[in-house]
Write a protein that binds this ligand. Structure first.
Ligand code: B12
Length: 299
């Protein structure tokens, strides 16, 4: 029931959980679910307090926060309480993957697709889930095998979405690849999916692509754009080292991924342009550039 009456400071005092953690749980897992006062402040109910105490006691026992939040949520995993926000689905997806429960993960994604658009499912749910899982792994709360299992599962689902998007025969052609030695291909795959859905003819090459081979492929397929993902500064350096082979590779050479997000000017060092820090804006920007080439407005 909605009976928000405690401010965040009061909740902090009563439960011992810091305000930053409370907001993090709310954002990531959808629990607690405080109301907002007219001036926008969070107001927590007695139910919220119970949930917070429950999560805290599970976490104190060593249960990961995502699972503790899922345990606190009542009733668990049932859509009867109305459409679940992406954040709530995200914690359930993380929980399913951590438990190696592929069938449950499938159900979460099915629910997500029925409630939200493909872009939101990819960018908010799938990206959010792999980042949460990365954090659990980083904190040694899950094994490397669990993280690999989750990555492989999500890549499989993304490939499926890409397949359903079909391949355009007359859209502008693009190659999507990852920098040499860069195994992080989930972002590149999301980019490929977005571009296919936007009508581009996408050649998806994926992880760990040597620039020399990429240049040879470009000579073969004559793409309008080559897009390269680099997830770290090391990966950016690999591209800087190979920049001679990338020069003139296509009318547009676009760079992205975390190695560039932190400092987009690094794209110039590789001889390309930075499109955006997310695939939704990047796709829009690329479309404008390609349209510009078509009308002679850009080169
Ligand atoms: C999953 C993961 C892995 C998986 C990758 C599986 C796979 N097939 O992709 C595996 C287990 C293989 C892995 C390995 C390693 N990883 Co790792 N990994 C991650 C993790 C948890 C998630 C990355 C991810 O998929 N994010 C989701 C995607 C969708 O986001 P994204 O890549 O940023 O993409 C978005 C945007 O950047 C953009 N975008 C991406 N590419 C492009 C390209 C273009 C052209 C454009 C326009 C936009 C764009 O759009 C995307 C969607 O909006 C991150 C942690 C994190 N918080 O990110 C660490 C992380 C990236 N890994 C890290 C490290 C250190 C490693 C290892 C070195 C670990 C080790 N000791 O072995 C190895 C390196 C292997 C290698 N040679 O590449 C570090 C990198 C730190 C750094 N140097 O910057 C991170 C940040 C973890 C950490 N906190 O330390 N990893």
């Amino acid at each position: 029931m909605a009976d928000g009456k405690y401010t965040v400071n009061e909740v902090e005092e009563r439960t011992g959980v810091p305000a930053t953690t409370l907001r993090q749980w709310e954002r990531r897992y959808g629990v607690p679910k405080p109301e907002r006062s007219h001036s926008g402040y969070r107001l927590y109910s007695d139910d919220d307090l119970d949930d917070i105490r429950s999560i805290k006691s599970h976490v104190d026992d060593g249960v990961p926060a995502s699972r503790a939040a899922a345990l606190a949520r009542r009733p668990a995993d049932t859509p009867s309480s109305g459409p679940r926000p992406i954040d709530a689905l995200r914690s359930t997806l993380v929980e399913a993957l951590v438990a190696f429960d592929e069938a449950r993960a499938d159900r979460v994604l099915a629910e997500a697709h029925s409630l939200h658009g493909v872009e939101d499912v990819m960018l908010d749910l799938m990206q959010g889930a792999i980042v949460d899982i990365g954090e659990l792994w980083h904190e040694s709360k899950i094994a490397t095998t669990t993280e690999h299992f989750a990555s492989a599962y999500l890549l499989g689902r993304l490939r499926q979405i890409m397949m359903y998007a079909g391949q355009s025969r007359n859209g502008a052609s693009v190659i999507v690849a990852c920098a040499p030695h860069d195994q992080h291909d989930i972002g590149a795959m999301m980019l490929a999916v977005m571009l296919r859905r936007a009508g581009f003819q996408v050649y998806y090459v994926g992880a760990n692509t040597p620039v020399l081979d990429l240049a040879a492929m470009a000579q073969h397929v004559h793409p309008t754009a080559v897009l390269i993902s680099a997830s770290s500064v090391d990966a950016v350096h690999q591209l800087i080292e190979g920049r001679e082979h990338l020069r003139g590779i296509a009318p547009v050479l676009a760079l992205g991924g975390n190695g560039f997000n932190a400092d987009p000017r690094r794209a110039e060092l590789v001889g390309g342009i930075f499109l955006a820090d997310n695939v939704r804006d990047a796709t829009r920007r690329l479309q404008e550039l390609v349209d510009g080439i078509g009308t002679g407005a850009a080169a």
